[in-house]
Write a protein that binds this ligand. Structure first.
Ligand code: HEM
Length: 511
């Protein structure tokens, strides 16, 4: 146990029993994955006990294995704690099989391009509130963005918006997110997936089991409460067109019982909320730290849109420099820098190596995006690289298998929410640059406080840790248009505010 077979991809030396488990990175894994790629190559392996982990750091290899051989590379490694907490109903970590196919079929249908087009009005209206919030409380931009992304998903999925960061559903959701990230994070519970025998330690010696039970209770209560909102609305004839009402209406056709319905809603919320806000938080950090890029993007926006109206969705195609900025932020801050691992269900050969059935495969997006053989000065924030070449790569770079949407995953596990997410990113990046100047905050002595772009979160999802910046409207005219648009959006919001508490309603009236 722990040793590496001769036909596997190379990797760091192993020790008996543990293999490489003792050096498997528990923090910023993508950074270590990238360092090892420099030593062992674009395909290498790690042994964790007797489990094989393969790390791919080259787009051609990713395409060959995960995009082309999807029948045998679409499973996920087991995560016992999610079986306990969520009965295995968390789609991003769900094992490949009939249950996953049932969920995926529904997600494909309700997150299709046409379905997402139906939700554009509320996405736009929520984005208007984001601008309005930034006008009124610019110092809270970090949480304003998080409110935006969660409220947008809650609105589209449950027809239920949260006008405030502290509103009940949204804050219950954030608690659930925090608990879940903690318990699936490194070191929170013993390594039960590597040593399954640990699952059978009685609860009196395994406090993590009590913790998991408590988290499960809070989770299920939230998801079932949200489902009750939908049921009540449908029964009382107050439908408002959200995604969960579609699922409710088609539950037989979808083969969905109450539990599956409760969890599919939660899946969209969990997978779609922080991913979107984290991108926008990184985006603002980069444009604040690079004022010359910000000014040039604003000049482009002014040419196309001007100060007399706010951006419309259709403007996106006329803004090549902004498109290049968004690509560059995706390159430098991929939200999931090692994606979510896939697992093989048959032996596969890749180049000269064997990848045995049951291997866990990580895509080292970070290493691919920071590869000096592909990108000139890969650490540099340089949106122009995407104007010079399709993928931002240097002359003569090998682009086999390279694609813009790798940050959204591979093969059959490709993110089903990409369309929804992309719409949000387009609307908000246009709005933010049209409406505001983002500048460095100043300390008490009036000295600018630089943003440390290397101060990033640790965990499955990657963004900047909270930072300070000054957010100011670009002119009185811009501010007036934001206020007018927010007032106009109130009509649409009303359909999503049926279930607000009296306190929340009062807030909306006074805000
Ligand atoms: C910037 C925003 C987003 C990014 C970067 C992102 C990225 C990803 C990635 C990398 C995966 C894993 C793909 C793989 O395993 O190969 C994934 C899976 C998933 N995403 Fe997204 N996502 C975003 C937004 C969303 C949104 C808005 C939703 C839903 C409304 C969503 C729903 C899901 C679901 C349900 C899965 C699991 C798919 C499966 O395992 O079959 N995501 N996403």
């Amino acid at each position: 146990m722990g040793s590496r077979r001769g036909d596997l991809p190379p990797g760091p030396p192993t020790v008996p029993v543990l293999g490489n488990a003792h050096i498997f990175p528990t923090k910023q894994a993508h950074v270590q994955f990238t360092q090892w790629a420099k030593v062992y190559g674009d395909i290498y392996s790690l042994m964790v006990g007797d489990q094989v982990m393969v790390i791919l750091s080259n787009p051609r290899l990713v395409q060959e294995l995960l995009d082309h051989r999807t029948a045998t590379t679409s499973d996920r490694p087991p995560v016992h704690i999610l079986d306990v907490i969520a009965h295995g109903l968390v789609v991003p970590m769900m094992r490949y099989g009939e249950l996953w196919k049932d969920f995926r079929r529904v997600l494909r249908e309700i997150l299709s391009r046409e379905a997402c087009a139906r939700h554009l009005p509320i996405q736009r209206a929520e984005a208007t509130q984001l601008m309005y919030d930034l006008l009124k409380q610019p110092e809270n931009f970090f949480t304003d963005i998080r409110r935006y992304s969660s409220s947008t998903i809650l609105s589209a999925v449950f027809g239920l918006r949260c006008p405030r960061y502290s509103d009940s559903y949204i804050s219950r959701f954030f608690t659930v997110q925090r608990d879940l990230s903690f318990i699936v994070g490194p070191g929170a519970i013993p390594p039960v997936d590597i040593f399954p025998v640990l699952k059978y330690v009685p609860e009196r010696w395994a406090s993590w089991k009590t913790m998991a039970k408590n988290i499960k209770k809070v989770h299920r209560k939230l998801w079932y409460d949200l489902l009750d909102v939908i049921e009540k609305r449908v029964v009382e004839g107050r439908r408002q067109g959200c995604l969960m009402e579609d699922i409710w209406d088609n539950q037989e056709q979808f083969n969905f019982n109450r539990e599956k319905m409760a969890y599919i809603g939660s899946n969209m919320l969990e997978a779609g909320s922080d991913t979107t806000s984290m991108f926008l938080q990184s985006f603002i950090a980069f444009i604040t730290a690079h004022p010359e890029v910000q000014r040039r993007a604003q000049a482009e926006i002014d040419d196309v849109i001007g100060p007399s109206r706010s951006p419309s969705f259709e403007d996106w195609d006329s803004l090549p420099y902004l498109q290049a900025i968004v690509k560059e932020v995706h390159r430098l801050r991929p939200i999931t820098p090692s994606l979510i691992p896939h697992r093989t269900t048959a032996d596969e050969r890749l180049d000269q190596y064997m990848i045995p059935k049951g291997s866990t495969v990580f895509v080292n997006v970070w290493g691919i995006n920071y590869d000096p053989a592909a990108f000139d000065e890969p650490e540099k924030f340089d949106p122009d690289r995407f104007l010079r070449s399709e993928f931002g790569t240097r002359d003569g770079a090998d682009d086999t298998g390279r694609r813009h949407d790798l940050v959204f995953g591979c093969g059959r596990r490709f993110c089903p929410g990409m369309e929804f997410a992309t719409n949000s990113l387009r609307i908000n990046t246009m709005n933010l640059l049209w409406a505001f100047n983002f500048g460095l905050a100043k300390d008490d002595a009036g000295k600018p406080i630089p943003i440390d772009l290397n101060d990033m979160t640790d965990g499955l999802l990657l963004t900047q840790n909270p930072y300070k910046c000054v957010v100011e409207p670009r002119s009185q005219r811009h501010a007036d248009i934001i206020r007018t648009n927010y007032a106009a959006a109130r009509g649409l919001f009303a359909q999503f505010e049926q279930e607000l508490t009296p306190d929340e309603k009062k807030y909306v009236e006074e805000w």
